[in-house]
Design a protein around this ligand. Sequence first.
Ligand SMILES: *Cc1c(COP(=O)(O)O)cnc(C)c1O
Length: 389
Amino acid sequence: MPFTLPDRIKALPPYLFVDIDRKKQAAIDAGKDVITFGIGDPDLPTYAFIVDRMQEATRKAEYHRYPHDQGATAFRKAAAGFLERRYGVALDPDREILAVIGSKEGLGHLPLAVLNPGDGALIPSPSYPVYNATTLFVGGVPIPVPLLEVNGWLPDFGAIDSDAVRSAKLLYLNYPNNPTGAVATREFFEEAVAFARSHDLIIASDAAYSEMYYGDYRPPSVLEVAGGKDVAVEFHSLSKTFNMTGWRIGFAAGNADVVGALAKIKSNLDSCQFTAIQDAATVALEGYDRPEIEQQRAVYAERAETLVPGLRELGFQVEMPKATFFVWCGVPDGYTSMDLVAKVLDEAGVVCVPGAGFGPTGEGYVRFALTVSVERTREALERMRKLQW
Ligand SMILES: *Cc1c(COP(=O)(O)O)cnc(C)c1O
């Protein structure tokens, strides 16, 4: 290599899904029929009402020019309308809402907007790898906050070292949670807001799975708690709710100073998402309660009702998720999460993801994404039943 990589690249753990993908590809190249519960990417297409709008939108010449930096006014209004109808919270679309190029982009640029080098960020372990990686990018100091099964995979704020808390400026939360499928109550968000207030922390709440819920359960928002908007910014994504991972669109909503700082970073980096995509995303948000989306929740629920009892029959410790499309599954004694992933891939052609890839506290678990049809899920279980454990 003609140059030396900077420390921030060297400090990064290998991006989990790249590694799994390589292994999976090798199996496919070897002629295996692979069933993949790996990456959390919906297998169903974007809804027709959104695609139809996109087709019309691409013909509008005014959309072919640079987008508005903060996002199209109509899109930000639709985001505010969604938050109002869904959670009963009123936000100002001009000051408190910002379009992002997928919530990953917004979450990823947040440390640049709020941290100085040396500032701490409280990062749950296990969690979505982006929080840790992008904290490192700006010279921030990741402070792992273990999520434990005994606490319902919620952080125990009282157990965090007080010196670490004093150095911290940012707290990441993600409920409904990837990878554990855990959910938070409104009371938990009240506790989190009180903790953030007393320690001058910004809460970055990742709400990517807010609309992927089952039964009577409805995930709350940190913004609906009294004082939530004073300390929190919440990241919403159209990716999972509307099967739009490829479109790259979401929004940040909450504290005006944090939203403004992120907008400043982004206006120096990108020029927002293609306005036609924002137009299509506008009709998506306006239709968040359409029957198609309810039907899709039923699809995921049926898959969970196939996979979870099947894994239990195999002797795994696993719970039915209340939300998200993830099944978080305990690894049998004598195996690491990577051992288990390698075994089911090599011997059954089934892909799942090692919990350790989400942080050290994820060890002992693997994650299955419900992105496989009921029929193929049955086939995967059938193959795993034949393995020697
Ligand atoms: C999928 C996912 C996202 C990313 O969503 P995009 O809007 O597609 O960038 C963010 N957070 C978590 C926890 C996710 O699982």
